[in-house]
Design a protein around this ligand. Structure first.
Ligand code: HEC
Length: 399
């Protein structure tokens, strides 16, 4: 129970930190596209040519909660007493995500990382891959953009996307779908936070320092920071989608789950592109093409008929539900009848079809692969019943 509470606390923390990070970053992208030339610029008395003497590049008026807000976008002039950096949101999101990863995937014998049907990774290897991919992805991504990105950005983009597809495919081969999806999300998240702390913040610091010393700041640094910031912006929605699809087994358990995941990345990045262009009042551009293609592909792949797994006849929910009610609800119910377990173990109840379908992948893991449920097979589940559960999950776990 303690572990469940810790898990709950970290998940909540991760969610809130993530909202704060993404919220501020969306807000800044929106602001950047919404500045208008400062009113003082138009005023010939207000400054030099264009009024830029005072460093104001644009201004913005907003109303919120009964007050007006005027924001100025300006080049660094003098150091204010309090300067907000918006950097801890990303760090806290990363740290809480890291702990969450440990709790869900590395503890408990790393069962959630092991595809016991394939049985080709030991526990240590599985954790090694899990941690290793987070480190390797950043090193490779950073090197590509440092070495190739400056001279040949298109080539760097192609290399990055090839690497992403490769990582998605590879992880979907070694890990169960659910773990693979969250690992790709964690890899993108790691790149995002490293971008902030290793590339964006130091560049900003150096530029501010140069400006304050009266030197001309090295705009290449600013541009590099802006580049990484733009990459982050395109990664946000795909990462969110990977976290949310972790609750939809019909996506991550799909035989072509890696194709679906690539499709989700295209959808997420295109949506982000559309959001940015629309906010800037630019016409919605090329992003609509890939968005539509990816959506159509995802829908086509996940339509029920496409999931006729190994030609077995479809399992009706009523049939599989009967099994759950007979073999599982003695323990997994809000009112258990078992002599030992007086509260639903792990908080898992199989009283409603929503509960059951949302747990499909965990059920498959414990009932079909690990065969560790029912607990000590106390309720006498048969192999035929396990096979029915397997088919039902593989067919999409439909209610
Ligand atoms: C005799 C009681 C009992 C019965 C019957 C039982 N379980 Fe469990 N179940 C437990 C206990 C105790 C745990 C927590 C310990 C563990 O994870 O091994 C658990 C944990 C689980 C988990 C893991 C939860 C997680 O954190 O992922 C799943 C999934 C699960 N049960 C599914 C089932 C299914 C499906 C059935 C019926 C086929 C079933 N159980 C029948 C006692 C039971």
């Amino acid at each position: 129970m303690t572990q469940e509470w810790i898990h709950f606390a970290f998940r909540l923390f991760h969610l809130i930190a993530g909202i704060m990070w993404i919220g501020t970053s969306f807000y800044f992208v929106w602001m950047d596209g919404s500045f208008v030339p400062s009113a003082r610029r138009a005023d010939p008395e207000g400054g030099g040519p264009g009024g830029t003497d005072d460093g104001v590049e644009g201004e913005l008026h907003m109303v919120h909660g009964g007050f007006f807000y005027r924001v100025e976008k300006r080049r660094p002039m003098e150091m204010p007493k309090l300067l907000h950096w918006f950097k801890y949101e990303s760090l806290l999101t990363f740290i809480s995500g890291f702990f969450l990863m440990g709790l869900v995937y590395w503890s408990g014998g790393a069962l959630a990382l092991m595809d016991l049907t394939r049985d080709h990774l030991t526990q240590a290897q599985a954790i090694g891959v899990s941690v290793g991919c987070l480190v390797v992805c950043w090193v490779v991504y950073d090197l590509v953009w440092l070495l190739v990105g400056r001279r040949a950005p298109i080539l760097a983009l192609c290399l990055t996307l090839t690497g992403l597809v490769g990582a998605i495919y590879g992880l979907c081969q070694v890990f169960p779908g659910r773990a693979a999806f969250i690992h790709v999300g964690a890899m993108l998240g790691t790149i995002m936070v490293a971008n902030v702390w290793i590339r964006i913040l130091p560049n900003q610091r150096r530029m501010i320092a140069a400006s304050l010393e009266g030197q001309d700041p090295d705009w290449a640094r600013g541009l590099a920071a802006k580049h990484r910031s733009m990459h982050n912006s395109y990664m946000t929605i795909p990462v969110l989608m990977m976290m949310v699809t972790n609750h939809f087994s019909f996506v991550f358990e799909h035989p072509l789950n890696w194709v679906l995941l690539c499709g989700l990345c295209v959808v997420g990045a295109s949506v982000r592109h559309l959001m940015i262009t629309l906010e800037r009042g630019q016409p919605a551009t090329w992003a609509i093409g890939p968005l539509v293609v990816a959506l159509v592909a995802i829908v086509a792949l996940t339509r029920p008929e496409a999931r006729a797994v190994d030609g077995t006849p479809p399992v009706a929910f009523a049939e599989v539900n009967q099994i759950f009610q007979r073999r599982c609800t003695p323990c997994h119910s809000s009112t258990p009848t078992d002599d030992v377990f007086k509260a639903a173990p792990g908080g898992l109840t199989f009283d409603s079809s929503e509960h059951i379908t949302s747990l499909a992948s965990r059920i498959r893991l414990r009932v079909v692969e690990a065969r560790t449920m029912p607990f000590a097979n106390k309720t006498g589940m048969t192999d035929e019943e396990r096979e029915i559960v397997r088919r039902w999950v593989d067919q999409g776990a439909r209610p």
